[in-house]
Design a protein around this ligand. Structure first.
Ligand code: ADP
Ligand code: ASP
Ligand code: MG
Length: 284
């Protein structure tokens, strides 16, 4: 046997982040699955997902309504979010076993959300911890959903809660990663999954303190999650999939003549983001 050819060539590692629009409905998620399936043939892939578009806003609204004691409004929001996620399950997940598993996973997250809102109503106070926990539910719903959709297309995948891999400071609402512990967690939690040829689907936006308390990285923070994981795992590439073709000279929704910037330094990109280009979280 030719020893040379039996050596396995190390595949490049790619972090692929899909934003809210990209996972916004069943049709989009089907497209996302195709992109990941193709990429997983030639590279190791870590997927980072945002909540389905609009979901985080609705969750924050539910948190505020809970503080105000408006139980009916809160219930209506959860009902609406349940319907949206269930619609994706019924369109994309056909195998009976997988469907009952994903339904159970989603139900547990919704029940946790309802308990957090009920606690907030009883306290009549929306604590920073509760705000983070409630607003992070969207990613905790979308990650298992995308993982299930991948599995349905015979791509081995596993949903991972970023609380297990992104270790942050205690700054709720705009936490920063502690890269040493984050590296260690990524090595112990993600690397073995990658070695097995499985695609981890990680919740964007979320981390946890060293004590294990859930934190969030700030609105639009899933972009940042992707580069944190990219740095922690020494990835070859971080790819941010979204609804525009890259960083543009201006927001194309406001400036119709905006064009894609072909090359930009990290510093310039950070500056653009800092001054309001929503396409990228400023810390990314
Ligand atoms: P995602 O949900 O994928 O994270 P976002 O809505 O957060 O997507 O960011 C993408 C949006 O950012 C685009 O639809 C665009 O309207 C807006 N945007 C603002 N400024 C820029 C810019 N300079 N370049 C590209 N897109 C921009
Ligand atoms: N879902 C979060 C938000 O809406 C994070 C993200 O989309 O990047 O802010
Ligand atoms: Mg975004």
């Amino acid at each position: 046997m030719d020893m040379q050819s039996s050596k396995t060539v190390k595949k490049p590692l790619r972090i692929m982040k899909f934003g809210g629009t990209s996972v916004g409905d069943a049709t989009r998620i089907r497209k996302v699955v195709e992109i990941i399936r193709d990429a997983a043939r030639e590279s190791e892939v870590v997927v980072v997902v945002s909540a389905m578009s609009g979901v985080t806003n609705r969750l924050i609204e539910a948190a505020k309504q809970s503080e105000a004691g408006n139980r009916d409004e809160v219930e209506a929001i959860f009902e609406e979010l349940r319907d949206r996620h269930n619609a994706v399950v019924s369109t994309l997940i056909h195998s009976v076993g997988m469907r009952s598993r994903i339904n159970r996973e989603l139900r547990l997250v919704f029940e946790e959300g309802e308990r957090l809102c009920e606690g907030t109503t009883l306290l009549q106070e929306l604590t920073v911890r509760a705000h983070d926990s409630i607003s992070s539910l969207g990613e905790r719903l979308s990650a298992p959903l995308v993982a299930a959709a991948l599995a349905e297309s015979r791509v081995s995948s596993e949903a991972i809660e970023a609380t297990q891999v992104v270790v942050t400071d205690t700054c709720h609402g705009s936490a920063d990663p502690l890269m040493g512990p984050t590296r260690q967690c990524c090595e112990s939690r993600l690397r073995p999954i990658l070695r097995r040829g499985v695609v981890p689907v990680v919740t964007g936006f979320i981390g946890a303190t060293e004590e294990g308390v859930l934190t969030t990285l700030g609105r639009g923070g899933s972009d940042y999650s992707a580069t944190i994981l990219g740095a922690a795992l020494d990835a070859d590439e971080v790819i941010i999939w979204t609804d525009v073709d890259g960083l543009m000279t201006a927001d194309p929704r406001l400036v119709p003549g905006a064009t894609t910037i072909t090359e930009i330094s990290y510093r310039e990109a950070a500056e653009l983001a800092h001054f309001g280009a929503k396409v990228l979280h400023p810390k990314t």
